[in-house]
Write a protein that binds this ligand. Sequence first.
Ligand code: ADP
Ligand code: ADP
Length: 236
Amino acid sequence: SPVLEVKDLNIYYGDHHAVKHINMPIEEKSITALIGPSGCGKSTFLRTINRMNDLIHGARSEGEILYGGINLLTSKVDVVQLRKEIGMVFQRPNPFPKSIYENLVLSLKFSGIRDKKKLKDIAEDCLRKAALWDEVKDRLDKSALSLSGGQQQRLCIARALALKPKVLLLDEPSSALDPVSSSKIEELLLKLKEEYTIVIVTHNMQQAARIADKTAFFYQGELVEYGDTSQMFSHP
Ligand code: ADP
Ligand code: ADP
């Protein structure tokens, strides 16, 4: 059954109708790719799922995004908690300018976890899940900014995992990276979908074909095609 169900979603910036009448189920433990030309509403749609789009001046949405029977677009939703459960990773890696270790534990400390053993265990677990542990285990106290772009992006994924998300939203997570780093991210996402639900914006059709279970094509704010990736890319 779907973990998220989008129903007649419309998103506006002022009176600009950026996303139009979207209906989409998002299945648990799957990868859904959002593709389409620049400006067609992919990022707007993605950011609305965890209410990050609220932060943009003039942004407004109508319709429903059902999550555990609750419409995430209503005012009673605790958006701070929501953004932990539905984590987000951006195109440009944005680690905190702090140690690798602090990137993982900072928000856990803020949420009241003080036990050092517990913090270390969570940090190690998330770094392992993000396929970064072997590369950083001997330099956890070094600045996150000393890592390569691809490592920084995997750290940002690990940081999101530390908050125990159910869903990960990724906005072109590998398009700023070299091909080797990019394929590491793809490999990682295929592993993470065993445990998490993943929605990824990509402008790269081959990437969608390689990793996505479902593909959604956007065009001028509309969802023009949606279905199994294998069906969509199997035209002779
Ligand atoms: P995509 O991710 O597919 O490139 P976006 O979601 O960024 O598309 O943009 C969808 C539409 O919304 C575009 O017409 C864009 O100009 C507009 N838009 C995006 N961000 C903003 C913003 N912060 N303020 C106003 N309009 C925006
Ligand atoms: P608090 O902020 O609760 O006082 P500390 O700052 O004393 O905690 O401890 C966190 C620091 O300890 C981190 O910044 C890091 O440098 C170091 N640290 C803790 N665990 C590790 C670890 N597994 N590997 C490397 N450094 C660690």
